[in-house]
Ligand binder design. Structure first.
Ligand code: NAD
Length: 279
């Protein structure tokens, strides 16, 4: 089975639209502000995708564009202004930031209640303690898909390749919260295949094209390919898709897999923040 990320994202968006209709009855329109520093073309594209997704479901969104050479003080001031605005319920700082700006410091300035990306230490801490509030969107999208597909997580052998703060670490916590057994691999893992072959559910977020080959996968595994790599003029993931799809029970394509799910979860979290902030 090819896991259709777009179709699952549409299902998530339909549910989110219903949540937005409920809010409308109370006169609340959810609002998302993105903060984009500099002119990185990939970041500009991601921000555009997020705003058009907001338009589709009825979230009011605005993009705060700041100059590449902005000072850290001014960036923090802009975020603090957004924290105070009642019609803004979610704030997303588009990463990476230009050199010289500390992303951790800027991220910690976002009010935890408006932290649409779930990167604030308070939300990360809550996640680790098993009380998921605002959580990072890519991990949430993967869990959402597994739940929609009816895959049992309790007792499942999960292997995650990549230990970033954005994907690997929070996703490991989310699987543990659902009583899966979790192995997290990374660039210093001595024998990657020895681990990946254990996986009932394999998530790969390394940013290395074709890192995962057929012989590294257990037959019948569910595979989520998070990687986004440009090879020539094609976008590919981290899994050798053509070969691996024959042994996996289910696999996400790139593009059209994890990406749309991530955006759908951003919408979900913005609406959740609007609910929390207005009740
Ligand atoms: P990152 O780039 O910060 O770190 C990469 C991780 O992979 C590290 O843990 C590193 O140790 C590990 N790694 C690198 N090479 C490896 C190797 N050869 N063997 C084993 N492990 C290796 O991670 P990130 O920010 O999570 O991004 C990973 C990939 O996922 C990138 O391609 C990124 O563009 C993509 N991504 C996609 C989405 C989405 O919505 N689809 C969201 C976030 C990230």
């Amino acid at each position: 089975m090819i896991i259709d990320g777009k179709a699952l994202a549409q299902e998530a968006e339909a549910e989110t639209r219903q949540m937005i209709e409920m809010l409308a009855r109370r006169g609340v329109v959810p609002g998302l502000a993105t903060v984009l520093v500099g002119e990185n073309p990939a970041s500009q594209m991601y921000v555009r995708i997020k705003h058009s997704a907001c338009d589709r479901v009825g979230i009011r969104s605005e993009n705060v564009v700041l100059a590449e050479n902005i000072s850290e003080e001014l960036l923090i001031e802009k975020i603090l202004e957004l924290n105070l605005r009642p019609e803004i319920h979610g704030i997303l700082l588009q990463l990476p930031l230009p050199k010289g700006l500390n992303p951790q410091k800027a991220m910690m300035t976002i009010s935890p209640r408006k932290d649409a990306d779930g990167f604030h230490p308070e939300n990360m801490g809550a996640l680790l303690l098993g009380a998921e509030k605002m959580v990072p969107c890519t991990p949430r999208g993967i869990i959402f898909a597994l739940e929609k597909l009816g895959k049992k997580l309790e007792g499942a052998e999960v292997v995650i390749v990549g230990h970033s703060n954005v994907v690997g670490k929070p996703l490991a916590a989310m699987f543990l919260n659902r009583n899966a057994t979790v192995q997290v691999c990374h660039v210093f893992t001595r024998d990657l295949a020895e681990h990946t072959r254990d996986a009932d559910i394999l998530v790969v977020a390394a940013g290395v094209p074709a890192l995962i080959k057929k012989e590294m996968v257990k037959p019948g595994a569910y595979i989520f390919d998070v990687g986004i790599n440009r090879v020539g003029n094609k976008t590919v993931g981290d899994v050798d898709f053509e070969a691996v799809k024959d042994v996996a029970a289910a696999i996400t394509p790139v593009p059209g897999g994890v990406g749309p799910l991530t955006v759908a979860m951003l919408l979900r979290q913005t609406v959740q923040a609007a609910e929390n902030l207005t009740t």
